[in-house]
Structure formats: structure tokens, C-alpha cells
Design a protein around this ligand. Sequence first.
Ligand code: NAG
Ligand code: NAG
Ligand code: NAG
Ligand code: NAG
Ligand code: NAG
Ligand code: NAG
Length: 575
Amino acid sequence: MDEKHILGDLAWTQQRTVSRSKFWVIITSFLSCFYIILHSWLGILPSTTESGSLKYNEELISWQSCGSFKGNPLECSSINVPMDQFDLGFPGDRTFTIPLVRMRGNNATQNLLLNPGGPGASGFEFLYRLGEQLKAVVGEGFHLLSFDPRGVNSSTPIASCYPDDRTRQKLSRVRSLHVIGDSPEVYAWAQNFAKACPDTMGEYAKYLNTPQTAADMNSILDALGQQDMIYWGFSYGSLLGQTYAGLFPERSKRVIIDGVVNQFEWYEGLFEAQSVIDTDTVLDGFFDECINGGAENCSLALLAASKEELRDTVLSYMDTLRDQPISVYINNSVYGLLDYEKVWYNGFLEALYKPSMWTALADNMYRLIQGNATNAFLAYGIEEIRDWHHEANEFITLNDGISGPMHWPRDRQTFLDKIAPLFNHSLFSPVQSKIYYVRQHWAVPKTHSYVPRKSVKTTHPLLILSTTYDPVCPLIAAWSANEAFEGSQIVEVKGYGHCSVAVPSVCIAKHVRAFLYEGKLPDTYTHCEVDSPYFHRSDKSEQLSAHKHFEDVEEARIHQAQVLLARDWDFVSAN
Ligand SMILES: *[C@@H]1O[C@H](CO)[C@@H](O)[C@H](O)[C@H]1NC(C)=O
Ligand SMILES: *[C@@H]1O[C@H](CO)[C@@H](O)[C@H](O)[C@H]1NC(C)=O
Ligand SMILES: *[C@@H]1O[C@H](CO)[C@@H](O)[C@H](O)[C@H]1NC(C)=O
Ligand SMILES: *[C@@H]1O[C@H](CO)[C@@H](O)[C@H](O)[C@H]1NC(C)=O
Ligand SMILES: *[C@@H]1O[C@H](CO)[C@@H](O)[C@H](O)[C@H]1NC(C)=O
Ligand SMILES: *[C@@H]1O[C@H](CO)[C@@H](O)[C@H](O)[C@H]1NC(C)=O
């Protein structure tokens, strides 16, 4: 099984299923952008005379139209940034290229920068896939702008630990989910991986980190002729936002962080133990809401009368699956084993991020427990190797944090004893194990000097968004950001899932708009309600329809967009 698990804030990546046709749209649009960008950086085509090239007042760069998504035209551009933003003298001629993509607002003069997380998620992919819904939430008053951060996706050079994809497929597989049993293998693998990464990236390796990316965002603003940072960052994007606001408080005019990573733990902690403190609570929420929804809406409710009983039933079923994987035969090209890891990580863990998957998870689990593994296998058991084709996630995580032999015991057993207590924090903690082995061996020198501080005074206070129970970015981390940034305010949506967008809440959207347009923050800690049930049946034609009725036309529109966002948000791939 291909595992690419790093907890970071959310990089719990397992294989996932994607609709290929949807993917093709992204890939083709993507390649066409890339092609055009390539020509404009090389200066082969003078972009001002190129038909379709767009230049706006005050902006230093020009744009190429790069397709449209559901009637929203997109434009693409790119900038070059110095390899080391913090030492422009040396080695001056080396750069990263940062591709930009923008969906224009009809009534906008300023750009809202978006980061979808990761680290390592592509801003291009994000805007293509979710731009339309985000636009409905934000309104027409801002251009939505995203980018592939240095090292990510179509940025060059791409952050890579392998010379090519074939080698990546061959060498990147390592088992790590059996914390004790897999330890010798992952310990040995990590030593090679930690060598291959800097071998592949050369001198660029040490400049792949969050403070550099934060500085790149200023280069983007400068290219746009925009003084103020207007930003919404999700998940790891909240770490990028906090780093930006810590480094450049004077430009931080409208910074929203959503699904918060504790920056103190990220940069200074040996372990990211806090990140999983609410993971199992979200699992309990799944059982609780299932019982509340009743068997009509949640098939698993047929198996138990209380959430405790349901939890016991499901977990003891999982134990039997651990002992005996199930063989599933669909036809001569689709068959295989359904084992504990596939159901637990591809099924449950993914669903903890996204409550919109709960009804289907309950159906699949019900049938599985009743003895029919077909649907569970099709949903969680098929190995679809998904890959970002880069290791930006690892580079950034390892370069930002406490890595290297001076912080970790070299001897495997001593090391294992040190990290073993971590795996008690959550039933899902084993996905965190692999990255620690790489941390132990990581020898890339640290080049950033960012130190998170408390009581930073930004030009305008930050807006902090969180669900009550987030499986990887717990509410307590939102409090840490609240302490770090003077005057900041938390708006908590009383629900489960990763980032505020995991559940529809028009109340959240109103806070976002009031903040972006008028700079308004609530006076005190604020709660928002979730606008939809966790378990519901809707016939196919109705699938995308509203979960709640709103009189106000604009609110109804926002709600619809949020229902889709909650469905299509893809943190596990955005990781
Ligand atoms: C366009 O933006 C201006 C300034 O933000 C605002 O006053 C006006 O109402 C907006 N017009 C529309 C149609 O939204
Ligand atoms: C960039 O992302 C798109 C969409 O996820 C993907 O299809 C493409 O292969 C990526 N390109 C690179 C060079 O990683
Ligand atoms: C199932 O969900 C619907 C919609 O939320 C709700 O109206 C209904 O009462 C639920 N059924 C049960 C048995 O709770
Ligand atoms: C095998 O089953 C899969 C999944 O149901 C289906 O997509 C595929 O078309 C089937 N292949 C053949 C050869 O029947
Ligand atoms: C198992 O479920 C699948 C999918 O719903 C169905 O096609 C199949 O007939 C079921 N098998 C049995 C033995 O009931
Ligand atoms: C913690 O781990 C130990 C073994 O490493 C186990 O015996 C114990 O039950 C665990 N405690 C919890 C609370 O999971």
C-alpha cells in the first residue's frame, strides 16, 4: 500500500479515489497555463502584444487567459522570486518560479490570496476546483488569487527527492503503520530518503520552508502593486498566514486563518502531539450523530441503541478485520484485500476531515459488518496511487521544524522509546510515525530564523476560524494564535471537521465578509451554528440541494455554495 503519511497539520494522505474525468479537466487546463507561463517568463513572446494577454493598471506583470471554470474566466501569470528571500545578495541569480492563477471579482480592485494547505497543496488545483464556490462565499468584491508555492506542483524547481516519477514509485513505498513491527523497515528507509532529498534538490533544498514562502507572498503583492495582504489560509495555510503576520505585521491588513496549526508546536516542538488531541472526539461525534440521525439516515444506527454501544460494535469489528483481512472479488480486473488499514485510514480518517462523507461511510460499514464487503472495498480498498509528484510537504515540514540528529537519538530503539508515547494520543496516531524517522536523519541546514512570538501587533487584527472538533487542527491551536496576535478574534463553528469549510454555515460566511469588506471582527469570542444535519438521505437529483431554507436570496446562494464546498473540499489530497 502506498502510504504518504505525514501528519503535519493534515497530510494524512492515503490513496484516494478521484473521478478521472474531473482530473483531466484540471490537468489539461493546467498544462495550458503552464505552457503559456513558460513562454512569458522566457520572454519569447512579448506578452503585451500577445493576443489574450492582459495588463492591468498598477500591476507589474501581465496575465494570460487560461480557461474558465463554470463561466468564471481564469487568468494565469507567474513571477520569479529569489532563492533566498532573506539574503538577496547571495546567490543572487538563483530563483524559484511562482505560478499565479486568478479568478476576477466583478467589482473588485484588490486581490485575496488563498492557500489551500499541505504544505504542498497546489493553489492552481484548488482554485480550479473550488474557486466558484469560494467566490460565492466571498462575493464579487475581491479577485481570488492563488499560487503554487515554491517547490509545489508547477513551481520550478519542483521540490523532489527522486529523479523522476518512476523512481518515486519504486522507492517511496515503505510500511510504517505498525508502529513497532514496521519500525526497522521505516528506520532504514528514512536514512536513504533523508539523503536522496538534498541530493536531488542541491542548493535549493534548504530554501524550501514556510518563512521563504511567506516572503514570496510579498513578492506577489509587489508584482500586483498591492500594499496590503488580504489572505485566507486553510489548514497549513493557517501556519503560512501566522508566519506571514509574524514576519510582516505592517502589511497584514486582512488575514484570515482557518483550521489552525499551532505555530509554536510546528516550529519549536519536538512532537506535534497537540494536533491530534481532538481526533478521537471527532470519531465519537460520528457515532453520536449517527445515533441522533436514526437508522433512516444512518444505517449503522441499526446496530446499536447508544453511541457507546455503536462505537464498541464498530471497533470490535475493526479488531477482527485486523486479524483477518477480507478477500473481495468484483471481476478479473478488480479484486484484492480489504484490510484494517484501508478501512481505518482511507475510510474513517478521511471522513473525520469531511462530515459530508459520513452517511456513505455508515452505509459502507453497515454492509461490511453485515458481511458484504463490496462497497467498502470499492470505496476504500482499491489502490489508486495518488501522488503529488513532489515532496514539498516533506521538505517544508522538515526544514521548518526541529529536525536533525542533534535533536533525536540515533539508535533505533532509543528513538522508538522516545516516540512511542505519541501513539497513545489517538487511534489514528500511527500515521504520524514515518515523518519522525525522517526528522531523525534530516541533515539539511536550517536557513530561516523565524521564531513565533506572542502579542504581535498587526496593522489590523486577524480573524481566526475553527470548528469545535477538528481532527488535525484542534481548537486549542486557534487559542494559541489568538495569544500570538493582538486583537485577533476566534469564530468557532459548532461542528466537526477540518477547517470551517467542512460544514455549511452562513454565519461563518457573514463573519468572513464583514471582516474582508469592512475590517469588522466580533467583539468577543463567537459561535456559529452548522446549517445542515450530519446524516441525511437525499435522492440523487436532490444531492446538491440546500440542507436548510433561507429566505434571503444571497444567503441561500452562499448556503448552496457551502454545501458544495463541504462536499468537494479535498484536504486529504490537499493534504
Ligand atoms: C462595488 O464596490 C463598491 C465599493 O466597494 C460598492 O460601494 C458597491 O456597492 C459595489 N457594487 C456592487 C454592484 O456590488
Ligand atoms: C499539478 O497539479 C495537477 C493537478 O493536481 C496535476 O495534474 C499535475 O500533474 C501537477 N503537476 C506537477 C508538475 O506536479
Ligand atoms: C433523518 O433526517 C431528516 C433530515 O435531517 C430528519 O428530518 C429526520 O427526522 C431524520 N430521521 C430520524 C429517524 O431522526
Ligand atoms: C470490473 O469492475 C469494475 C468496478 O465495478 C468496473 O468499473 C469494471 O468495468 C469491471 N471490469 C470488467 C472487465 O468487467
Ligand atoms: C453485495 O453488495 C453489492 C453492492 O451493493 C451487491 O451488488 C451484491 O449483490 C451484494 N452481494 C451479496 C452476496 O448480497
Ligand atoms: C498506551 O500504550 C501502551 C503500550 O505502549 C498501552 O499498554 C496503553 O494501554 C496505552 N494507553 C492508552 C490510554 O491508550
